[in-house]
Design a protein around this ligand. Structure first.
Ligand SMILES: Cc1cc2nc3c(=O)[nH]c(=O)nc-3n(C[C@H](O)[C@H](O)[C@H](O)COP(=O)(O)OP(=O)(O)OC[C@H]3O[C@@H](n4cnc5c(N)ncnc54)[C@H](O)[C@@H]3O)c2cc1C
Ligand code: SF4
Ligand code: SF4
Ligand code: SF4
Length: 404
């Protein structure tokens, strides 16, 4: 009889331990939360601790402050349109490709909704554009990163912070020609919900229908982005904006994020990346002249090497302005803190959610905070009214006092 035990409670699901275990006794299994975790077969384990040595969660770096904070826009409108934010990823990618280097990032292909791949030319790079809100393991691509580094040409790896940390643990030594760029990340959707939504509810079959998925379709604007599925079969086409699509709505509100994302150990630039990039959601508040309907990025330069990467792209291609730390903090609090865990996360377990009740549960869950919000607004309006009424009475009383 095998005794399977969960390897770690805080785990980003990168699968590094699985591939590095010399006894092959670790397996990923989904638990009731809908997240996949490594489980160890205790009868085979030889307690070599290799799984701990490669685990990014065991060795997250110290908190850092960025050297520089910028807003950025790729000057090519078509690239901004195809990108999630202002298209700064494409600027960095192009700079590396022009130097005959290799870029590693996430694509949608006909064998997976999201997986890591490499790009050596601009056509391959374009496949990486856009965020894919779908869990992906970074580990299968690591050996390819290692061989690309051996050529001595520049290599750019872009991913969420836990993937950057996993790569750093895998490589042990970080050579000067490896540039690490991570994303401001509020979390990954749980594997269960992502699969349920795309495979069972939307019935995506990439292989059969040559479907393409866009998680940040900007047809209705950068801030009103949409999930779209493009297929030659008209019946399989889909378009749902962030205000309508239940997956995007629930994901943005953190209803079904991977449990560990609520206590992410990589906040505060602790992944060890050279540059971090995200959406500059607060652009209108402080830099209205820089706003763009096709999107604006925020980026932080975290190391000297990050500064060198930024310098590789000329100002004729990438437009930037310098921001303050307060602007970063108010626009993207996820840089420093994990997303708060909503109590309703417990409603999105494998036991409670099915293809038939998913949309209803999302709507019901998001409706409750809205009711609570309205109640709060009414309460505060009443207390304001009472306050002003009290002031009015005091003035009347004082006036009355004077005339007496
Ligand atoms: C899961 C996730 C959560 C995010 N959360 C936030 C957030 O809370 N706040 C914020 O400001 N920004 C967030 N971002 C980042 C933002 O969506 C943009 O990716 C970023 O601003 C870069 O945009 P861009 O226009 O420069 O380039 P884009 O062309 O949009 O670049 C996309 C880059 O992301 C990589 N990528 C795409 N999907 C994945 C994935 N599943 N795993 C790893 N890497 C991936 C691609 O390889 C590419 O390099 C998140 C991204 C992801 C993938
Ligand atoms: S301690 Fe060694 S043998 Fe045991 S699970 Fe970890 S890597 Fe595998
Ligand atoms: S974070 Fe990665 S290496 Fe660490 S336990 Fe989880 S799957 Fe394994
Ligand atoms: S929130 Fe943290 S643990 Fe979750 S996907 Fe992002 S970097 Fe990884």
């Amino acid at each position: 009889m095998t005794a399977m035990r969960k390897l770690r409670n805080i785990c980003c699901g990168c699968e590094s331990c699985v591939v590095h275990c010399p006894r092959h006794c670790i397996r990923m299994q989904m638990d009731v939360s809908g997240d996949r975790y490594p489980y160890v077969d205790g009868s085979l384990c030889i307690h070599c601790h290799q799984c701990e040595r490669v685990c990014p969660v065991e060795g997250s770096a110290a908190e850092r402050r960025p050297l520089q904070i910028l807003a950025g826009k790729n000057r090519e409108p078509e690239i901004r349109k195809q990108s999630s934010s202002g298209g700064v990823f494409s600027s960095f990618g192009e700079a590396i490709i022009r130097r005959h280097g290799v870029v590693f990032g996430v694509i949608t292909s006909n064998d997976a909704i999201a997986r890591y791949a490499s790009a050596k030319n601009l056509a391959e790079l374009s496949e990486m554009r856009g965020s894919k809100y779908y869990p992906v393991s970074p580990v299968p691509i690591f050996p390819e990163v290692q061989s690309a580094l051996k050529t001595g040409k520049p290599v750019l790896f872009v991913g969420v912070p836990c993937h950057i940390a996993a790569l750093r643990r895998f490589l042990k030594e970080i050579p000067n020609h490896l540039y690490l760029v991570d994303l401001i990340c509020h979390g990954m959707p749980s594997s269960y919900i992502a699969d349920l939504y795309f495979h069972q509810i939307r019935k995506v079959d990439l292989n059969k229908n040559h479907e393409k998925i866009f998680f940040r379709d900007k047809r209705k604007g950068w801030k009103n982005y949409a999930l779209s599925i493009v297929s030659p079969n008209a019946a399989d086409q889909y378009f749902g904006t962030i205000k309508k699509d239940p997956f995007l709505r629930g994901f943005a509100q953190g209803l079904f994020l991977r449990e560990d994302c609520f206590s992410c150990p990589f906040k505060g630039f602790r992944s060890g990346s050279d540059i971090t990039m995200g959406d500059f959601w607060g652009v209108r508040r402080t830099r209205a002249a820089f706003e763009d309907p096709l999107g604006v990025s925020i980026l932080t330069v975290n190391t000297q090497k990050g500064g060198q990467l930024l310098q590789m792209e000329p100002a004729s291609k990438l437009e930037t302005i310098v921001l303050t730390e307060a602007e970063l903090q108010s626009s993207n609090p996820n840089v420093w803190q994990p997303a708060p865990r909503p109590a309703s996360r417990d409603e999105f377990t494998t036991e409670k959610i099915t293809a038939s009740n998913f949309s209803t549960v999302v709507e019901k869950t998001l409706h409750v905070p809205m009711l609570r919000f309205l109640k709060k607004q009414i309460k505060s309006a009443i207390s304001n009214m009472l306050f002003y009424l009290h002031i009015f009475h005091c003035i009347q009383y004082l006036k009355g006092g004077k005339t007496r």
